[in-house]
Design a protein around this ligand. Sequence first.
Ligand code: KIV
Ligand code: ZN
Length: 507
Amino acid sequence: MGRKIKIFDTTLRDGEQSPGCSMNLNEKIKVAKQLEKMGVDVIEAGFAIASPGDFASVSAIARTVKNSVVASLCRALPKDIDKAYEAVKEAEQPRIHTFIATSDIHMKYKLKSSKEEVLERAVNMVKYAKKYCSDIEFSAEDASRSNPEFLYKIFEEVIKAGATVINVPDTVGYTTPDEYYNLIKGIRENVPNVDKAEISVHCHNDLGMAVANTLAAARAGATQLECTINGIGERAGNAAMEELVMAINTRKDFYALSTNIDTTQIYPASQLITKITGMKVQHNKAIVGKNAFAHESGIHQHGMLANASTYEIMTPESIGLSKNNIVLGKHSGRHAFENRLNELGYNLNTKQIDRIFNDFKVLADKKKAIFDKDLEALVQEKVIEVEETLKLQQFTINCGNTITSTATINVLNNGNEVEEVSLGHGPVDAAFKAIDKVLDGSFTLDDYALNSVTEGEDAQGEATVKIKRYGRLYTGRGLSTDVVEASIKAYINAVNKMLNDIEGQEG
Ligand code: KIV
Ligand code: ZN
């Protein structure tokens, strides 16, 4: 089985911090539950002082999650630490994660502080945090570009002050596997009390080496790996959890490590993040990309038929990727439907199943074959609830290549029926403009994408819409076998998220 290594997930903090990846409260709770279900040891739920919304989501996650440590990030400042503790205090296993930069560049230009001042502040703030909470993580920001001797000193002192985890971030994705291996080895050999703390590593992907660097650190003796689902994160992202975990699993012979992660939850987690953020993973992305288990060439297909191990080093099932079999049709009953959802890893409550089952029946009338991917898309659409301030009743579109498109939209706006008509450049534009007329027009369309959920003429269309107001992005999704309807649903879904966002009400 090998040495157990901890997985620290920062999808909800470093991941959410990246452009286009913001999530609302319900979405963050859903992600946190999935992370807990997959066996993540530590969930970094957010940066409590960053905004009232961040604070609310860290507190809600702290109250919800039972089996993972819940951490909040905070700068090495008393007011940040106060807020972080306030947010995580109701967690079964709370952690305060405080950081300060230790590289010469950051100390000189950002902190305008000397080494001595940074050391003193780090020690004082760890002591300050320790009064609240026994589990304290200390991060030396930009550690990979810091003077190793200074790192040894600061880590020794913060451990004396009560830090239970020391983190060695490669903040700007600058290091290389060999260099990072030596840095972690150096810390193990030169910090006299290092055995009293976990050694954590946190890598960014600016040079495409985040996963390789993290794995090198694991070999050098790191005991906690920080990562995100789909590798989302600042700039080029963070080390991708699915790649780390599957490398450790598939190459047990080499790494002699193990994790607590249930790998069959990897694919559902990846899908969840994609659906919530609207940020798709590239088709050739390792582990969770659309082509990761596709064998196209004749030679490969022949080898696979003879024996899968010829070209497959891990099975699709091991990451929870179901074969694209037809599973259900219009005669399937609720029991079979619920069973299949359970097999796919979704444990939903009766209310949620009722809602999805109705939609499934409507879909089964329109579509001959219902695939697992159709079910997954329905679950992702329905399970994350957003209050429907604006509710679509009906729409009519008149379009063609010789006429200007016209859309008539009938909606309930806060319970009041409103009908608007608009012209547009094509049916989707006309429909969006008709919806705009119902609203105050303070937002703009930032992005629009349309994909098919499965193959085939009757495949469902999945629309993703991003709208922007006062610099905040809201992602909406809509699903239908009719692409115009999918687009309208996605637009209204994004609008509802915006209308329900208490923080984004003014510029
Ligand atoms: O990249 C980084 O340095 C961080 C720290 C705050 C842990 O995200
Ligand atoms: Zn980071």
